[in-house]
Design a protein around this ligand. Structure first.
Ligand code: M6R
Length: 362
């Protein structure tokens, strides 16, 4: 039930601290601060192939950054509808992961079967544990965020990312890339995520005000680097799905290779830039945008707010977080922004036009 919320989406955004906490608790031991991911020998595989669609594909891309960085294990993430119809060079020693909230997405299932037929070990990251994808997998890694009703995925996304983070730590430990002390530190960081997500949700009033402005735009650009480049895609997808405003997400480094041509006074540019190793680069993209009259909404953290070039239309200061979990913490602001833009526009938030919750036909 929706409780006191106007829409399921709003409720599900607010459910995220709890949904992530339950998901994280399934993959780490909260007493020892160690990972408890079961079912895969990370030394017996030489790469990971993730197949997914939509928001689930974006969760996979965030996973890729973390797994490659921490565990030194190559990860491919591909849109299932492309993967299934090309001739990918599959190797049996890879681990196939299907990322799917519903576990019924037709393209993801077909791509996953392709991997299984090639002899790969298979794992399903699903919300629906009775689904077709779950049944066909060797290993099921459920997300534990509870049923998601809103067509726009929110709490399933952050729960999927939570599993990806736990996997990255587990794979790094198993492959000897981090020692036990580092594993404990990282698990401890992950366990902090629900509290920080709740703090980020606390920015709702400020985001509501920004949403009133964004609702007037025809086009919106989202930029970020590293995991934030994936989150930029998610911000744009969320906005277009429920508010019908045209939005594009880009890796900020691509700005000069095309999208900067779109920048003018009427196009809000939302830059996702926590104070991490990519910050200086994102900040200079921000200056480039402002130099062309772009109206920047800079979503950052306290340190980033201190170091940001002056001139942003608005700075949103999310809580400080370790880069391991910044994609989780920065999710709430982009979801709330999209949600409130849709509300301002009077759109049917939970059942956006032309969209289905579960896409069981290709
Ligand atoms: O059930 P799945 O996770 O396989 O669904 C994949 C996409 O259809 C889904 O994430 C879609 O992009 C959402 N509507 C995004 O909000």
């Amino acid at each position: 039930e929706k409780g006191n919320y106007r829409h399921f989406m709003e409720k599900e955004i607010h459910d995220q601290p709890e949904g992530c906490q339950r998901t994280i608790a399934a993959y780490v031991d909260t007493l020892t601060d160690q990972t408890t991911v079961q079912g895969v020998d990370f030394n017996a595989i030489d790469r990971i192939q993730i197949v997914a669609c939509g928001t689930s594909w974006i969760a996979g891309m965030i996973g890729r950054y973390l797994i490659e960085q921490l565990a030194d294990l190559p990860v491919d993430v591909e849109i299932a509808s492309e993967f299934r119809y090309r001739s990918p060079a599959l190797r049996p020693n890879a681990l196939a992961i299907a990322m799917s909230q519903s576990g019924e997405t037709a393209d993801t299932l077909a791509a996953f079967r392709h991997c299984i037929e090639a002899g790969m070990k298979s794992a399903a990251i699903v919300n629906a544990t009775e689904s077709t994808i779950a049944r066909e997998a060797d290993v099921v890694w459920p997300i534990h965020c509870g049923p998601e009703i809103g067509v726009a995925s929110t709490k399933a996304f952050t729960a999927q990312v939570s599993v990806m983070i736990a996997l990255a730590i587990a794979a790094a430990k198993a492959r000897g890339r981090i020692d036990e002390a580092e594993e404990k530190r990282l698990v401890h960081v992950l366990l902090e995520a629900p509290r920080l997500i709740a703090e980020a949700i606390g920015l709702e009033d400020a985001l509501k005000e920004i949403a009133a402005e964004i609702a007037k735009a025809k086009d919106v650009l989202y930029l970020g680097r590293g995991p934030m480049s994936a989150l930029a895609l998610e911000g744009a997808l969320k906005l277009k799905e429920i508010s019908y405003i045209h939005a594009e997400g880009y890796a900020a480094g691509e700005l000069k290779h095309g999208p900067i041509a779109l920048v003018d006074e009427a196009t809000p540019v939302i830059i996702l830039a926590p104070y991490d190793s990519w910050f200086e680069k994102s900040a200079s993209n921000m200056s480039e945008v402002m130099a062309r009259g772009g109206q920047v909404v800079f979503i950052t953290d306290p340190e980033g707010a201190k170091h940001a070039p002056a001139g942003a239309k608005v700075v949103v200061t999310a809580p400080a977080s370790d880069p391991l979990i910044s994609a989780l913490v920065m999710s709430a602001p982009i979801q709330l922004l999209a949600y409130h833009v849709a509300v301002v526009k009077g759109a049917d938030v939970d059942q956006p036009r032309n969209l289905a919750k579960s896409v069981t036909v290709e």
